[in-house]
Design a protein around this ligand. Structure first.
Ligand code: PLP
Length: 449
């Protein structure tokens, strides 16, 4: 009698067919993910069941700051699983207390109290709730061209109308334009003037809405999904000043930029700005087990010493996730992974991408910091017209599709979104790996030009 194949013996084709039949993939219609049966991963690479290996310039979804399967993190998770795999929040669990201390020691300023969640969107939900309860106000301001997650409030704060169809109309979400010198609504090529005009626009928005009705303003320190737009000098300090003037809670969303990604523990460190609340997830434990959270100022935390906070998630601060965070942060500290990301960005990735920009007319702009870069692809450099017109779904249209295929055929997994490819390898990526990836990008751009 023929025995049924075990799960591990199934072919890549069978795994993929099963997957498409039974897993609901949010992005399937957009062709953003390939039907690839992933078998394993290590460091900067992953491979499929057909033994194709890919250099991952997407870090998963920008979360493997320490690379895949770091032995110290794997060992920490295994050890924790054997000892105390899970326990309810509210109890003191060593891994949780230790993770909170290590995180608080690295956040800017005095953001010393950590509220744990299971990921980035939940962190944003809780930051907004903390701000509303603290101020007794309701409105929240967020920027166009931002991404804050896919849950109710978070998706409403996300400044991309294509993401709103199911959630239009949540009361209190107000959007404004943050600076983006490359394609600016303020029509300026001068970063200084851009900053000035953006702050004036924000001031006008506050005046129009009535500052005393606004609980919070949330910004990604460096917007990631929308294209790694490093803000001009002085902008975040200016926003901080406006928030202080009107008693508005300033939230920096560092879900993507936290934990070494930009060559600093947090991107806020580059700008010398301290928010009242800071959200994190992804890199906190290199994405091993879902974890996120909010780092809270002493002043806001004190509000809830006197009254209860209506929150509490069954799995938040999960011991396995926290053990992974402790191991990740300890390895990053011991090996100066943050400094390494800063250097590889300044010395290898940045210069390499700028050299590609000189050779390929389809590269409009290159920008970034650390292991966090975007390459803007254009049809026409002078007009800065996108290579592919924006459409409603973000479907990968030719020639972006040609670019993506050319990378994948050559063993590079790029993070392509709209008219950009993001170069976001693990912070541990080596110089040789970056050069391998840049060589593939060079060939793929030749197909795209
Ligand atoms: N905030 C930012 C800045 C993000 O980039 C993301 C995810 O990409 C989120 C929030 C949502 O995080 P999660 O997908 O873990 O809910």
């Amino acid at each position: 009698m023929a025995t049924a194949r075990t799960r591990r013996e199934r072919t890549a084709e069978q795994i993929t067919a099963d997957d498409r039949a039974h897993v609901f993939h949010p992005w399937a219609a957009q062709d953003l993910i390939a039907p690839l049966a992933v078998a394993g991963a290590q460091g900067s690479y992953f491979w499929d069941h057909d033994a194709n290996r890919y250099l991952d310039f997407s870090s998963g979804l920008v979360f493997t700051n320490l690379g895949y399967q770091h032995p110290a993190v794997v060992a920490a998770v295994q050890e924790q699983a054997a000892r105390l795999a899970t326990f309810a929040p509210g109890f003191a669990v060593e891994a949780r207390s230790q993770a909170a201390r290590l995180i608080a020691e690295r956040t800017p300023g005095e953001l010393n109290r950590i509220l744990f969640t299971n990921g980035g969107a939940e962190a944003v939900e809780n930051a907004v709730r903390l701000a509303r309860l603290h101020t007794g106000r309701h409105k929240v301001l967020s920027a166009y061209r931002s991404y804050h997650g896919a849950t109710g409030t978070a998706i409403n704060l996300t400044g991309d109308p294509r993401r709103w169809p199911s959630d239009q109309g949540t009361a209190g979400a107000v959007r404004f334009w943050a600076p983006f010198p490359y394609r600016s609504p303020f029509h300026s090529d001068s970063a200084e003037q851009e900053c000035e005009r953006a702050l004036q626009h924000l001031d006008d928005t506050l005046a129009f809405e009535g500052p005393s009705t606004i609980a919070a303003l949330i910004l990604e320190t460096i917007p990631g999904t929308a294209g790694i737009m490093v803000p001009p000098a002085g902008y975040l300090a200016g926003v901080r000043e406006l928030c202080d003037r009107h008693g508005i809670v300033f939230i920096l969303d560092e879900v993507m930029t936290g934990f070494g990604r930009t060559g600093a523990w947090f991107a806020a460190d580059h700008f010398g700005v301290v928010p009242d609340l800071l959200t994190f997830a992804k890199g906190v434990n290199s994405g091993y087990v879902p974890l996120g959270g909010v780092a809270i100022s002493e002043e806001i935390a004190a509000t809830f010493g006197r009254r209860p906070y209506p929150g509490g998630l069954t799995y938040s601060g999960h011991p396995l996730a926290c053990a992974a965070a402790v191991a990740t942060i300890e390895v990053m500290s011991a090996q100066d992974v943050v400094g390494r990301a800063r250097r590889i960005g300044a010395e290898v990735i940045g210069p390499g991408l700028r050299a590609l920009a000189e050779r390929h007319p389809s590269v409009g702009e290159v920008r970034g910091l650390g292991a966090f870069w975007a390459v803007e692809l254009v049809r026409d450099r002078a007009s800065r017209d996108p290579l592919v017109p924006y459409n409603a779904t973000g479907t990968a249209a030719a020639p972006m599709a040609r670019f993506t295929s050319a990378c994948r055929e050559r063993g590079l997994w790029p993070f392509v979104h709209m008219n950009r490819t993001h170069v976001v390898p693990p912070c541990t990526v080596t110089e040789a790996e970056v050069k391998e990836g840049l060589a593939v990008l060079d060939e793929a751009l030749a197909v795209t030009d």
